[in-house]
Write a protein that binds this ligand. Structure first.
Ligand SMILES: [Zn+2]
Length: 162
């Protein structure tokens, strides 16, 4: 099945089987980041540094700047943290995991890495700080993910609708 939009060779397949080519995927990714920034009034400035930071910069560099504190956390980080808090921590901390300063809130590691590859942004996603129970939870979600590709979206949707 070719790209749904332009009939070129696909590089990405959604869980509903819809497929996108490299340039349509990049456009889709950028739209998603910009709409997250707009919807949640997320700060805009050059944060530099890591791969995820450079991905954000690449998309926001032409937007008017807005002060605040940005976070590079994405879907994978946030979904694991939500589950961690539900299982081991004070539930009041869940509020901090609602979208407010994370432009990559709705994007997975896989999507970020593919976007970076298309845009020739070099580097990798660091998994630092994941130890003990946090690492266990991440592995648990990865196991579920093999059969339920939407598990991380399901987790954040549960928080957004709670
Ligand atoms: Zn296309």
């Amino acid at each position: 099945m070719p790209c749904k939009l332009c009939k070129s060779q696909p590089v990405w397949k959604f869980t509903n089987k819809r497929q996108l080519c490299a340039s349509c995927f990049a456009r889709h990714f950028e739209k998603k980041v910009r709409s997250t920034i707009r919807k949640y009034n997320i700060p805009i400035y050059n944060i530099g540094g890591s791969l995820k930071a450079r991905v954000i910069n690449n998309i926001t560099r032409d937007l008017p700047k807005r002060k605040g504190r940005l976070q590079v956390e994405n879907l994978d980080d946030i979904s694991s943290k939500i589950l961690y808090i539900i299982m081991y921590d004070n539930k009041d901390k869940l509020k901090k995991l609602l979208p407010h300063n994370q432009p990559l809130y709705f994007l997975s590691n896989k999507e970020i890495l593919l976007y970076a590859k298309i845009k020739k942004i070099k580097g990798k996603i660091e998994e630092k700080g994941k130890t003990g129970k946090m690492k266990e939870i991440d592995n648990f979600i990865k196991m579920i993910e093999q059969k339920n590709l939407d598990i991380r979206h399901n987790i954040i949707t549960a928080l957004l609708n709670s």
